[in-house]
Design a protein around this ligand. Structure first.
Ligand code: SAH
Length: 369
């Protein structure tokens, strides 16, 4: 048993079973033993590989997206460029290099990175050294400046803690983590009943069958960014794995060494995420802010011109690198095992902003007209 498990067991012994969100938050962000607090989990030697770590093309297109949004905003002289959960800083590094093609953009931005992990903050500092004149780090979104902003977040939302609920014998309960018969961590249902639970679900999902599990995520940082866009203008792009419409399933997932692991084993040593419910995410749209999407990562990147970009890279690459670029392209936009279908892009934008780059044909919600 590791030190974090000892701490969690002690917590449960004194306070009773804990919510899945509390467990996730402890596993990912405990200051001493949290998964992200203590390590750099990315890449082939790590636990998992994200899109910007697969290919420079991903960050480059994200950078073009930001620069184009800035142009559509009327090229404001000052704007906050925000990344939430920047990992190793790879996406932003590639984005800033690519965005040089937009005259004036780099001079207009002030870079703000929202990152809880000191280890990763350090990686980001190294990766972005010299890329822009000023970078500010934030532990939370609530200290971001009160200015127009353009934000991006790749695989950030999936790491935000979720709560889980289950219907059993016609009644809804919260799923919690307590101690099992052998004293180890175990899932169980809180005996308290949630009589009105089903009223908050999309109508088409009710009445829910017994055994249904519903996940609800704490989207506070995203709601904060959406609120800022409504007040000051701008846009935000989120790319993540998940489902376009709300539904029932237990998607809590642990990953270690590029393989699935048990969520309750070795807490803090494995990555914990769950699928993003893009319907719930889009519902953060408000009077002033529209949500556009989700589109599949394949459609989004294809509209932004990833195939042409791959061709140019291949043309300029040495023979032995050409296949690698092709493989990366397939991983980013291909079907399973590629990320093209499961991963999706969703954007929020102030209603003053017309059509967003990469989102032709996407559903728009929160529209007032
Ligand atoms: N965007 C990167 C990393 C994704 S992993 C990439 O695509 O490679 C998730 C990132 O979010 C990590 O940097 C992690 O430390 C950070 N993170 C997770 N939860 C967070 C939170 N609540 N606040 C700020 N950063 C968080």
């Amino acid at each position: 048993m590791n030190a974090l498990e000892r701490e969690i067991r002690a917590l449960i012994e004194t306070q009773g079973p804990i919510s899945v969100s509390r467990y996730m938050a402890l596993c990912l962000a405990h200051p001493e033993y949290g998964y992200y607090s203590t390590r750099d989990p990315f890449g082939t030697d790590g636990d998992f590989t994200t899109a910007p770590e697969i290919s420079q093309m991903f960050g480059e297109l994200a950078g073009i997206w930001c620069a184009e949004v800035w142009r559509l905003m009327g090229t404001p002289q000052q704007i906050a460029l925000v990344e939430v959960g920047p990992g190793r800083g790879t996406l932003m590094k590639d984005a800033l290099r690519a965005a040089k093609v937009m005259p004036g953009f780099l001079n207009a931005i002030e870079l703000h990175l929202v990152e809880t992990s000191p280890v990763l903050q350090e990686k980001q500092r190294e990766a972005l050294h010299g890329a822009v004149s000023k970078i500010a780090w934030h532990g939370e979104t609530n200290t971001l400046p009160d200015t127009p902003l353009i934000a991006v977040g790749n695989e950030f939302v999936d790491a935000l803690p979720i709560e889980q609920y289950e219907k059993k014998a016609g009644r809804w309960h919260e799923r919690k983590i307590g101690l099992g018969a052998n004293g180890g961590l175990a899932f169980g249902l809180d005996p308290a009943l949630l009589p009105d639970f089903e009223k908050n679900l999309p109508r088409r999902l009710t009445p829910a069958p017994n055994g249904a599990v519903f996940e609800r995520r704490n989207l506070t940082p995203i709601a904060d960014i959406v609120g800022r866009i409504g007040k000051n203008g701008g846009a935000a792009l989120f790319v993540d794995y998940g489902h376009a419409e709300s539904g029932f399933s237990d998607t809590l997932q642990a990953v270690s060494g590029h393989d699935y692991a048990e969520p309750l084993e070795a807490p803090g040593e494995v990555d914990l995420t769950s699928q993003v419910d893009f319907e719930a995410l889009a519902a953060l749209a408000s009077n002033n802010v529209r949500a556009t999407g989700p589109l599949t990562q394949r459609d989004f990147l294809t509209q932004l011109g990833i195939e042409a970009r791959a061709e140019i890279l291949q043309r300029n690459a040495k023979e032995e690198m050409r296949d690698e670029i092709g493989t990366a392209l397939t991983r980013l936009i291909g079907h399973t095992p590629g990320m093209g279908e499961l991963f999706k892009a969703l954007a929020f934008a102030h209603r003053d902003l017309q059509a967003l780059p990469g989102f032709d044909g996407a559903k728009v919600s929160g529209e007032h007209s």
